[in-house]
Design a protein around this ligand. Structure first.
Ligand code: SAH
Ligand code: SF4
Ligand code: F3S
Length: 443
């Protein structure tokens, strides 16, 4: 039996899909292209309306496979599944499984049941009052880069956000389980680990915490012999501890990169969003970070057109982008989500205004990204090679990887050696719009 997984949304979904893929492979299933699959799994995202809509059109498209072969079925997981639940069964005859965050651990054995009982449909949507550890079936060798979940859910209830409803309350994973997993991964060839959570800075502060703070966890993971690079995401500015900031100056494997979502540059909007920090506090964090790690690459998330956002509020967001000089940003038009506080907030900003604000913001960001990338030219940095670049030269191979700050770097190489998973020292020689070109210095 062949399976095919579609993944939408954040790194946590990517991490979950990777786990599903490994588990199903270990059970004897084979991963295949869409056209060859009998089993489809869709890991969904409902953070904005657009990704949610994509799920329905994909499910519509998959109906054609089921019409040809009634053994074909679909499992829908992730945030839309948690939200919509069993209603998927009514709308789509080929959906036989829905699963949420805590249900995913049960998915592999449930699939076996669904295959042996063709009439069965199963929903795994309950939130458990513990962090459900999953059985891991590691392959003999892992790619050089891996993600490790350190917590689930979120307790912040930012006014616009559906995540606390779809992922449930914050549950920290035990530090022992995290460290064991990190050690195993390093033994399997992993060089770079990214610790994942919706708000990693509050790791350990819920009732599931085991007394280890996020800063302590960072130090413990960084001490694993053989680990070359450590990153983490996502950080909430209100919870970033001074010890975490200090770690950027002390831990050599902690990459000089931080994704620190700002959302808005206006204190009035930040308050309405329930973010619990001001622009001044945010700038203070940035100052402290740059003091201990002057080269740190800061990226962020921004929302335009939150209910009530005026032209002046928006100008303040632009001003913050210039003040911080973000390396890059992910920017979104505010999107109403069912049941969140902002859904009832007025006045809503007109779509055409949101579109314009987003374009202005993104133009400013492109300019800053360009300037920042140009500033990298001449620097020596390390690149962890992920694989071959999309574009290849005539008589040179081009390899694609990421520098310590997380920027994409293409590296030409004349030899036939496979550089996948290797860390190479490069000199940055050219800045392109969204990537850098580096020359391998000790080839
Ligand atoms: N836990 C992370 C982000 C999770 S969602 C954090 O707190 O930073 C990723 C991003 O989607 C958010 O940072 C926000 O910028 C955006 N987002 C969330 N809800 C949104 C909505 N209703 N409309 C538009 N963007 C939204
Ligand atoms: Fe959503 Fe806020 Fe939680 Fe991030 S911190 S997941 S934006 S509620
Ligand atoms: Fe989307 Fe859920 Fe992640 S809403 S961003 S998949 S937590």
């Amino acid at each position: 039996m062949k399976f095919h997984i579609f993944t939408f949304g954040c790194q946590m979904n990517v991490c979950d899909s990777d786990w599903l893929c490994r588990s199903l492979t270990a059970m004897g299933f084979e991963q295949g292209a869409e056209e060859e699959a009998d089993l489809f799994l869709i890991n969904t995202c409902s953070v904005r309306e657009k990704p949610e809509q994509k799920i329905y059109s994909l499910l519509g498209r998959l109906t054609s496979y089921w019409k040809k072969n009634k053994d074909v079925f679909v499992g829908v997981g992730g945030c839309v599944a948690q939200q919509v639940g069993k209603k998927f069964f009514q709308r789509f005859p080929h959906v036989r499984l829905v699963f949420g965050t805590d249900g995913i651990a049960m998915v592999p054995q449930t699939i076996l049941r669904l295959i042996s009982e063709p009439e069965l449909r199963v929903s795994l949507l309950d939130f458990e009052d513990y962090y459900p550890e999953r059985e891991n079936n590691w392959p003999e060798k892992m790619p050089a880069q891996a993600y490790v979940n350190i917590m689930q859910g979120c307790d912040n209830f930012c006014a616009y956000c559906i995540v606390p409803y779809t992922r449930g309350r914050q549950k920290s994973r035990s530090s022992k389980a995290i460290l064991d997993e990190c050690r195993t991964l390093v033994n399997l060839g992993v060089k770079e680990i990214t610790l994942l959570g919706q708000n990693v800075n509050s790791y350990g502060l819920d009732k599931f915490g085991d007394g280890v703070s996020f800063a302590e966890l960072l130090y413990q993971v960084a001490a694993i012999d053989g680990l070359k690079r450590l990153r983490f995401t996502t950080s909430h500015p209100k919870d970033i501890a001074d010890e975490v900031i200090k770690a950027f100056g002390e831990l050599s494997c902690l990459c000089p990169q931080l994704h620190l979502p700002l959302q808005s540059g206006s204190n009035r909007i930040l308050k309405l969003m329930g973010r619990k920090y001001t622009r001044e506090e945010y700038l203070d964090i940035v100052d402290k970070l740059r003091k201990v790690c002057p080269d740190i690459a800061l990226t962020t998330d921004l929302i335009v057109g939150f209910p009530g956002e005026t032209e002046e509020d928006f100008e303040q967001t632009l001003e913050m982008i210039e003040l911080v000089r973000f390396e890059n940003s992910f920017s979104f038009k505010y999107s109403d989500r069912p049941g969140v506080r902002a859904e009832k907030m007025q006045p809503k900003v007109l779509e055409e205004v949101k579109v314009r604000r987003l374009a202005v913001l993104q133009e400013l960001q492109e300019k800053l990204t360009g300037e920042s990338y140009a500033g990298r030219v001449g620097k020596i940095d390390e690149v962890l090679v992920e694989g071959l670049s999309k574009k290849q030269g005539k008589d040179m191979k081009f390899w694609r990887g990421r520098d310590s700050g997380g920027r994409v770097v293409n590296v030409p190489c004349s030899s036939d050696r496979d550089l996948t998973g290797e860390i190479v020292r490069v000199k940055i020689v050219e800045a392109k719009k969204h990537s850098l070109l580096g020359e391998w210095v000790d080839e």
